[in-house]
Ligand binder design. Structure first.
Ligand code: ZN
Ligand code: ZN
Ligand code: FE
Length: 726
């Protein structure tokens, strides 16, 4: 545009000094926001006028990194079309090179060791650039100008194929050829991907898929499938425009797609499930594999069930040697793990269910500005754990870590905290944690305060309040709102397990204005794994001892006697208002699911069988104190015959009843803004029905889009809760 001046990266972001006529500068600022480079995000522009310097050129200056870093950690980016083209061009010097990359694509967070993002602060620092790469790196007109992960076959990382004892079988192109042959041969491979290892195998080979299930000890939880391209995906799944956009986006998440009627994918990939978690190749390595295969592959996290995804070659060998036949590894270290993100289209908009590679740890900008410059650390919940750091008006949430049930998972949790604090060079002044005294994350927060950072203040935050605030942050809402918070379990201020909550959110606090009638959960935590226990607890509340006779087919004689004694004497039978457990109970009452082999299995089965055309509802009562009495609902369900056909109607009516309850409570609240949050709202039928019904009443529904509605969003909500108190 014939403007003069310079541009550089600073610890505050990008600084541009520009000189020219007023009119041209204004056009420049407009164009900057419309024509910004791919994958860049402009959060805001601060403009200052200075006196003219009279220069007549424009320069790109060296980054200066003197102050503490306040720039952003970038998300990893899927391979771009230009690089893909070059990789497939036999005359290109990076032909078939699995680490081809440029300024517009490739690893970021997963190779980053510090800020600002420059090569010496990445795991590429041990690969000195060759003369040709260096020339590209230093040429401002080159697509690889300052591309930090830049590499070529001469100077960059390479791949190796190992057997499951770590013996090198082949390297470089031969390793790739042998890998492809092994996949065709029905073998299970562990491959080092971008943010961790994947376990891969032929997704059409039922025998191999079952073998993977056995070896991974994962009976039913769906596996993700990698298709070679969008047209290939359409052979197996229905893909709408928005889903396509997500699949080919630079974040390249797993997108939940509806299976086609005659879908030629092994049944065991996602048993009893109308969806397939679908993903497209996003690294050069994936493309090199998929281009040579005539079938889609399973691409599931390379971990032992319950553990975080492996990122290190040796560690992967140790953890996965019983699962994988072969290992395709490389020597570019992964600095931080990042699982594949999971997104689905719900109510015509993307909803991130697992926020990880590509999205995290990009900041969420909030209206809560922590002006005193001290940071807040939030340690999250227990399931689907994430941690978050709030600095000024940004909340930086770690990628998905997982359930904190194992020592390794807990290590991942600690790593994530240390990484965020280290990269942003901050010592948190406030630490937020869940109210639950027994969560590992809570205990960790207490320990950090005692051992690591002096003068930090602890803030216990109620679980469902955190859900509600994360929903508000997601929608950029402040002020008051009425929150419907439904999930599996969260510790309540009265020491009971909450989970079917109605909260009135005020300026800096909340009031619990309603909840489901409580019922006992025989066996406590065990009930989350055994929907039949939730069913028995629910029925015991409804019809006392008659319940044991009615549900005896779900238990052995011995079991039922033990549970009877427990319920009658209130031994290990905590009371709960959990909506999640009610879904489990109804699913079990209809004989759909006795045991959950993964979180949400019973509720998903119930959702999937619902007859979408059915409009009927069941009874319920709302008491003056806001307690929702579900006993009329259960009475109605028990009156019906539980045949396969009728179950579809019952499930629909159950979902419709819940929508009616939401609307009644919303209207009673006298609030305009209605939040729908908590793990239960991953249920498409429930969420879409509720959105429609709330809108019909002239109220405004809000739900999750970029922050998970499940416990993955808890850490962000905790940050907001503390910010409101400061
Ligand atoms: Zn590229
Ligand atoms: Zn090179
Ligand atoms: Fe929750």
């Amino acid at each position: 545009m014939n403007l003069s001046g310079w541009v550089k990266n600073t610890s505050k972001g990008v600084t541009i000094e520009i000189e020219g006529s007023n009119e041209t500068i204004n056009i420049f600022i407009k164009r900057l926001q419309i024509e910004n480079p791919p994958n860049s995000t402009i959060y805001n522009i601060h403009k200052i006028y200075i006196s003219p310097k009279g220069k007549n050129n424009f320069k790109i200056l060296q980054s200066n990194i003197t102050q503490s870093p306040n720039t952003t950690i970038l998300g990893d980016i899927a391979l771009c079309a230009d690089c893909l083209h070059e990789m497939n061009d036999p005359s290109n010097r990076r032909y078939n090179y699995p680490f081809i990359t440029c300024t517009n694509c490739g690893p970021r967070y997963t190779i980053m060791t510090g800020l600002p993002y420059d090569r010496p602060k990445t795991t590429m620092q041990d690969f000195p650039l060759c003369a040709q790469c260096k020339a590209e790196y230093e040429n401002p007109t080159d697509r690889r100008f300052h591309a930090q992960p830049l590499a070529c076959p001469d100077c960059g990382p390479h791949i190796e194929l190992w057997d499951n004892n770590g013996v090198i079988l082949a390297e470089k192109e031969i390793a790739m050829q042998k890998t492809i042959a092994a996949i065709k041969d029905g073998k299970i491979l562990a491959i080092k991907s971008l943010g961790g290892f994947h376990l891969i195998c032929n997704a059409q080979n039922e025998k191999t898929v079952q073998l993977l299930r056995t070896r991974k000890n994962r009976p039913k939880k769906p596996f993700a499938v990698m298709f070679s391209n969008i047209n290939d995906t359409k052979k197996y799944c229905r893909v709408c425009e928005q889903e396509k956009k997500l699949l080919i986006s630079s974040q390249a998440p797993i997108v939940l797609l509806q299976k086609k009627k005659r879908c030629n994918i092994a049944y065991s990939v996602s048993p009893d499930n109308p969806y397939i978690g679908s993903i497209l190749p996003y690294t050069p390595l994936h493309y090199l594999l998929l281009q040579e295969l005539s079938f889609p592959i399973i691409a599931t996290s390379g971990n032992q069930t319950g553990e975080p995804i492996c990122i290190d070659n040796k560690e992967a060998l140790l953890q996965l040697k019983e699962i994988a036949d072969l290992f395709l590894v490389h020597n570019r270290p992964i600095a931080h793990r990042a699982d594949d993100s999971i997104v689905r289209i719900i109510a015509k908009e993307p909803m991130i269910l697992r926020r990880a590679r590509g999205y995290a740890p990009l900041p969420i900008i909030t209206q809560h500005n922590n002006n005193n410059k001290e940071s807040i650390l939030a340690v999250g919940g227990h399931l689907k754990n994430t941690v978050a750091l709030a600095i000024e008006n940004k909340i930086i949430s770690s990628p998905h870590i997982g359930d904190l049930n194992t020592p390794k998972a807990f290590e991942g949790h600690e790593d994530a905290i240390n990484t965020l604090c280290k990269i942003y060079k901050t010592k948190p002044a406030y630490i937020a944690h869940d109210l639950h005294p027994d969560y590992q994350s809570t205990k960790n927060a207490q320990q950090i305060t005692q051992q690591k950072y002096n003068n930090t203040t602890l803030y216990p935050i109620q679980h469902h309040y955190a859900h509600a605030l994360s929903c508000m942050a997601d929608n950029n809402l402040t002020g008051t709102a009425f929150a419907v918070v439904w999930d599996g379990a969260g510790y309540g201020t009265d020491g009971n397990i909450w989970g079917g909550e109605f909260l009135h959110i005020t300026k800096d606090a909340y009031k619990r204005t309603g909840h489901f009638l409580q019922f006992p959960l025989p066996g406590g935590d065990l009930a989350a794994k055994e929907p039949r226990r939730a069913a028995l607890g629910l029925l015991y509340k409804y019809e006392k001892n008659k319940a044991f006779e009615r549900l005896k087919h779900l238990f052995s004689e011995n079991e039922i006697e033990l549970i009877k004694t427990a319920l009658q004497n209130k031994i290990n039978c905590p009371t709960t208002s959990s909506a999640g457990r009610m879904f489990d109970a109804v699913s079990s009452l209809l004989d759909l699911c006795k045991y959950n082999s993964f979180e949400g299995e019973a509720a998903m089965k119930l959702e999937f069988i619902a007859d979408a055309k059915e409009t009927g509802t069941y009874g319920f009562k709302i008491r003056k104190n806001g307690v929702v009495d579900w006993r009329p609902t259960i009475a109605n369900i028990l009156e019906e015959k539980h045949t396969e056909e009728k179950n579809a109607i019952i499930s629909a009516r159950w979902h419709n009843t819940l929508t009616t309850i939401i609307v009644k409570m919303a209207k009673n609240s006298k609030e305009q803004n209605i939040l729908l949050t908590g793990g239960c709202f991953q249920n498409t039928l429930l969420l879409e029905n509720a959105i429609k019904a709330i809108t019909k009443e002239g109220l405004k529904p809000y739900w999750h889009k970029k922050i998970p509605t499940n416990d993955g969003g808890i850490s962000i909500g905790q940050c907001i809760a503390v910010n409101k108190k400061l």
